[in-house]
Write a protein that binds this ligand. Structure first.
Ligand code: 5GP
Length: 105
């Protein structure tokens, strides 16, 4: 069964898409916790940080490079934070890996 983020990636559910390439999509969070709240999501269905393996190294690095690029494009390079929630007790609700980018600038 595909995750809600895969449905967004496949355009089965609408979302505000900020950036997309062959392996990553960036969308606006539907319930923002800050003035800017984006989700950097790999298209590959990886459930959590705990499910990463060595073959995902480049993908994970690219998620950070995309975060850096998006922050620069939005002129918030000096005012943002990045966050991974991990598993249910670690506040993760959607079991499809995603990096939160937040800024209150
Ligand atoms: P988590 O708690 O798993 O780290 O974060 C999941 C995030 O996904 C939450 O901040 C939540 O608001 C967001 N989210 C959940 N469903 C949707 C959706 O359908 N569309 C968008 N854009 N964001 C969603």
């Amino acid at each position: 069964m595909s995750t809600i983020f895969t449905k967004i990636i496949n355009r089965e559910i609408p979302s505000d898409i900020i950036y997309e390439d062959s392996e990553i999509i960036v969308i606006k969070d539907i319930k923002p916790e800050a003035k800017i709240h984006l989700l950097i999501i790999p298209k590959k269905e990886i459930a959590t940080i705990n499910d990463l393996d060595e073959s995902d190294s480049t993908l994970i690095a690219n998620m950070f490079f995309v975060a850096k690029k998006v922050a620069k494009d939005l002129w918030i390079s000096e005012w943002y934070k990045l966050k991974f929630n991990v598993w249910k007790l670690g506040w993760q609700e959607v079991m499809h890996l995603h990096l939160h980018l937040l800024s209150n600038i």
